[in-house]
Structure formats: structure tokens, C-alpha cells
Design a protein around this ligand. Structure first.
Ligand SMILES: [Zn+2]
Length: 415
């Protein structure tokens, strides 16, 4: 992408809005734009990062057998009445009426919709197990909004639901889902702590949240320094400084960001929505059900909370909106459309590299470098009158020193 034609234009100073560092950097780098409090547009840079994370999630969820669907946001009141959640959801549902005064919720989650869908499809034990997931927009009627993407009113979530003939099979899949979540967060460069949390109104069983330690987090967890135990403060039976209940390690306290959660609902939803199957002996049985979420939009914000410095974002390679940022400082070539000018840009593209090309004329080297640091693409390539033909100055975003190397060598480094 040529930056001279690029829709995203960085801001010179931090925006007034923004109560979290990720919020400020994402607004300033023009990754997102605020439409209303807690409601954001994803711009080209932000969407590319988002799509990269979506890809990781799809790959890992499909590995454990998840099949992708896309369910509607408009959900009729009747299905919420069946589970008695029309009035009990917290935060309360966003409600809308159609022109015939029929009421709908804008879905904050899809247990009701998916259970209804599976009820129509499941007859025999041979139809189970089944795992369906989607990457889709959710609406939450929050009391307050925080940190831009960290707590928004409209956001994208990955939600996975699994249906089983018995408790053991649910348990097996539940453990596979834990493995998939660990793989997803590891691939994003994050160390997620699996923390026990309250199951909410529908299950007495402990659920797990996946928490990322961060000063910018809204949650507090107590966790073992050896990584074998953690609880959300809301249910914690431990405090900082005591011995871990599972090993000889010490319990620590930390602020954290919840990026995912997993629930074993058992047969609660099947009872309420009468979802049954016929077992091998011909008897009707209730279906066992699990629900697994990842706040994808929040995950983008979390990466920025964790990976930044005083100059801007430092994207991990897997999430970066582009693989390389090519900065052109050849003042004699910057204007016009000569073949010589675009040769390196085209060579990189031909090598399969996703490159943002700063071809802007009349912008100082200092401003270009400042923008590159703010946007945070992992590798910066500089081409200038000082660098010999066929070579390029290479600097990693997370390192101080730059190196002059042959273009081919730079291509190998990026790929
Ligand atoms: Zn421990």
C-alpha cells in the first residue's frame, strides 16, 4: 500500500479521549475511529491486525473440530423468555422494536440462538457431538465504557458452542478447548493465565477465564508464581503472600485483562429449551452443552496494552498490519511515477511481502520515522541517497540499531 494514497492518517499528538494507552495509540495511529462512546470503526490498519488474529483463532478452533456459522444479531424476545434471561441479563440487553412493535434483543451472546438451531438438527446420539463457532458482532449495554477496545458496546467476538451426549464427552471437549485457547494466546505472544471464576447465574461449576497480566486491566487475579493455580478476586479464597494450595509456590496479586472465558453449562440450557436426543437404547436424553468465548476486539487492544513503548505500538509479527514498512527518503525520486522509484516496492511485493510504502513527498525523514514507530510494523526498511543501489537499511521495531544489507537478505529476514 502506498502511504501517499492511504486512508489512515496519523495524529501528531495524543487524542484527548482515551483512558487507556491502547486506546490513545490506536486512535493516534488511526487504526480505529470513535463514532460514539464505546462504538468504533475499524480503519484499514486496525482491520488488518484484527483479521490476522481472526485467522489464528479460526485455525485453532477448526483443529478441535469447530465448524463456522454466522448467526443473526437480531434475536426475538421469545427465545430470551425461554431461558428467563430477557430481564436478567447483566448488563441489560439492548432492546429494539420493529414497526409492528415486536421486540428483539441485539445479541450480547448466542446461547439461545444456537441451542434453538441445534434443537432442530439433533435427533439421535449419532448426531453428537457437534461444535459450532462464529466470529460476529456483539452488543453489550454497558454502564460505562473503558479503554476504547477494552470495553466497548459493540465489538467482535469469537463464540464457540459444543453439544454432547454425556458429561464425559463435554469434559473431553472442554479440555480440548482449553488447549486451543492456550495455543491461540501463545501464538499472539501472550501468556494467558487460566483463572477460576464464577459461572454466573446458570452454573454452579467453576468456569475459567483467560487473563493477561497488565496494569491496564480492569480485573484482579490471585495467581501462583509457578502457574498452576489462579482465581479471580470475585471468588478468591486466597490472598497475596500465602502458600499456593497446589504447590509450594507463593500467591501473587495482579491486575489483568480477561480475553476469554469457557463455561460448562451441563444440561441447563437443554432443560429450558427442551433440547433432547434419542440414546442407543431409544430413550430421550438431555444434551450437554458448553460455551467458549474470546473477545476478539479486546484482544487487539490487549496486544497494544502489552506491546508498546513511548514512541508507539510494537506489534508482534503475527498480528502486525503489514510485515514491512518501506520508508523512501530519496528526495530526487520522491515525486513522479518513475519505474526506478517503485522498483524496490514492487520487488518486495513480488517476494510475497505485505508492505506499507511511505512514498509521501514533502514529509521530513523525522516525521516518517515517527509515524513508523507509532504504527509499529515489525521491520522498517529505509531507502535513501546514503544507501547504495541494491541495498537497504533495516531496523526492527523492537531494536535500536539498524543494519545495511542487500535487498535479498532483507527479504529473507522478513519472510
Ligand atoms: Zn502453585
Amino acid at each position: 500500500m502506498r502511504q501517499s494514497h492511504f486512508f489512515c492518517k496519523t495524529l501528531k499528538t495524543n487524542p484527548k479521549e482515551g483512558d487507556a494507552i491502547s486506546h490513545k495509540l490506536l486512535l493516534r495511529g488511526n487504526f480505529i475511529s470513535q463514532l460514539a462512546s464505546g462504538v468504533y470503526s475499524f480503519l484499514p490498519l486496525g482491520l488488518r491486525a484484527h483479521r490476522n488474529i481472526e485467522k489464528i483463532i479460526r485455525e485453532e478452533i477448526e483443529k478441535i473440530g469447530g465448524q463456522e456459522v454466522l448467526l443473526p444479531s437480531l434475536q426475538p424476545k421469545e427465545i430470551w423468555l425461554k431461558t428467563k434471561r430477557w430481564d436478567e441479563m447483566d448488563p441489560p440487553l439492548f432492546r429494539v422494536k420493529d414497526r409492528h412493535s415486536k421486540e428483539f434483543a441485539l445479541g450480547p451472546t448466542h446461547e439461545e440462538v444456537i441451542t434453538g438451531l441445534v434443537k432442530l438438527a439433533i435427533q439421535s446420539y449419532k448426531d453428537l457431538p457437534v461444535a459450532l463457532y462464529q466470529i460476529q458482532t456483539k452488543f453489550r449495554n454497558e454502564m460505562r465504557f473503558y479503554g476504547g477496545l477494552m470495553r466497548a458496546r459493540e465489538f467482535i467476538m469469537k463464540d464457540l458452542y459444543s453439544f454432547h451426549a454425556d458429561k464425559d464427552d463435554l469434559e473431553k471437549f472442554f479440555n480440548k478447548a482449553i488447549g486451543a485457547y492456550e495455543a491461540i494466546f501463545n501464538r499472539c505472544g501472550l501468556k494467558a493465565i487460566k483463572s477460576e471464576a464464577s459461572g454466573g447465574i446458570f452454573t454452579k461449576e467453576n468456569t475459567y477465564e483467560f487473563q493477561i497480566l497488565s496494569e491496564g486491566g480492569e480485573d484482579t487475579i490471585f495467581y501462583c508464581e509457578n502457574g498452576d493455580f489462579a482465581q479471580n478476586r470475585e471468588i478468591a479464597k486466597v490472598t497475596a503472600g500465602i502458600k499456593c494450595p497446589k504447590c509450594s509456590g507463593t500467591i501473587k496479586e495482579g491486575k489483568s485483562i480477561e480475553v476469554g472465558n469457557i463455561f460448562r453449562f451441563g444440561t441447563v440450557y437443554s432443560e429450558k429449551m427442551k433440547v433432547q436426543f434419542t440414546d442407543a437404547s431409544g430413550k430421550k436424553q438431555l444434551v450437554y452443552f458448553g460455551s467458549y468465548g474470546i473477545g476478539l476486539t479486546r484482544l487487539v487492544g490487549t496486544l497494544v496494552e502489552l506491546f508498546h513503548d513511548d514512541r508507539g505500538i510494537v506489534w508482534p509479527k503475527v498480528a502486525a498490519p503489514y510485515q514491512a514498512h518501506l520508508i523512501d527518503l530519496r528526495s530526487n525520486l520522491q515525486k513522479g511515477d518513475s519505474a526506478e522509484r517503485f522498483a524496490l516496492y514492487e520487488k518486495l511485493q513480488k517476494a510475497g511481502i505485505e508492505v506499507l510504502y511511505d512514498d509521501r513527498a514533502d514529509i521530513s525523514a523525522g516525521e516518517k520515522f515517527a509515524d513508523a514507530d507509532l504504527i509499529g510494523i515489525p521491520i522498517r526498511l529505509v531507502v535513501s541517497a546514503r544507501v547504495d543501489q541494491g541495498k537497504v537499511e533495516v531496523k526492527k521495531r523492537n531494536e535500536q540499531e539498524s543494519k545495511i544489507m542487500a535487498v535479498e537478505e532483507a527479504i529473507n529476514l522478513i519472510n
